[in-house]
Design a protein around this ligand. Structure first.
Ligand code: BEZ
Ligand code: FE
Length: 266
């Protein structure tokens, strides 16, 4: 098309897509172009603002490594990751929440009732529950991947002082769907804020602190996989999670317990 204008450019872009374009791809591109082009028209985006946005993306590329993906972090802090979670979450059952970048495969298999705390310093917590199907039937043999920070707010793969699989486990539920373990109370921590995502957070007065949480991935045959996390009700950062992971149903309450016999033995 010649004589493209600010009003016709969106359609011109779509008309350039070939006949054989996959229909879903075409649909996604159509929506994407509409929203992005409208954004520019509505905001009357300046060259300087556009250059700044591209510069942030360039810096995200520069700082990204196999261990640190700044683009994922961008998606997290602008709410995109959580929104994708929400639109793909089923109405019933435990809500899903962000996976984050710190999960690693290969955590040791531990039995129900295991102690993950070992020599870690910090308060001991006992975590237990049942994995149920959406109709309430307990699921035996559901598999749980569990990971969390140590008391210093670091995951094992961020901290040379921790062993590779410290505070990580793979557990299979018992006949009544039960899981149980003792561990150290996880600590709040900051998402990486020394790159362009941090620049955005600081420019908008946002703090990088995530409330403390325990991560879970739950899988069971013939069921969809659940990626989620649980948060304690007394965490000071519940209402400002920079990655929008907190849902009311994922908030749990720590109950004081002085009975040492309740702590699973290693
Ligand atoms: C996490 O919970 O591990 C996490 C999630 C999003 C960004 C950074 C960390
Ligand atoms: Fe986390």
């Amino acid at each position: 098309m010649r004589n493209v204008t600010s009003e016709t450019i969106t359609q011109a872009f779509l008309d350039y897509c070939g006949e054989d374009t996959d229909p879903r791809l075409k649909f996604l591109l159509e929506k994407f172009a509409h929203h992005l082009h409208d954004f520019v028209r509505e905001t009357e985006l300046t060259h300087d603002e556009w250059r700044k946005a591209l510069e942030l993306l360039y810096k995200a590329g520069e700082i990204s490594t196999p261990e640190r993906n700044e683009f994922v972090l961008f998606s997290d802090v602008i709410g995109l990751s959580s929104l994708v979670d929400m639109v793909n979450s089923s109405e019933d059952g435990t809500p899903s929440s962000v996976l984050g970048p710190f999960h690693i495969l290969g955590a040791p298999d531990v039995p129900v009732g295991a102690d993950l705390k070992g020599g870690n310093v910090g308060a001991t917590v006992i975590v237990g529950g049942r994995v149920l199907s959406s109709d309430g039937t307990p699921i035996e043999g559901a598999e749980l991947e569990i990971w969390q920070t140590a008391d210093n707010g670091l995951y094992s793969n961020q901290d040379e002082a921790q062993s590779d699989y410290n505070l990580r486990a793979h557990m299979t539920t018992e006949a009544d769907g039960r899981y149980l373990f003792s561990t150290v109370r996880p600590a709040p921590y900051t998402v990486p804020d020394d790159g362009p995502v941090g620049e955005l957070l600081h420019a908008t007065g946002r703090r990088p602190w995530r409330p403390s949480h325990l991560h879970f991935i739950v899988t069971a045959p013939n069921h969809s996989t659940l990626v989620t996390e649980v948060f304690p009700s007394d965490d000071p950062y519940l209402d400002e999670d920079p990655v929008f992971g907190v849902r009311e149903q994922l908030i749990m309450e720590y109950q004081p317990n002085d009975n040492a016999d309740d702590v699973p033995a290693d």
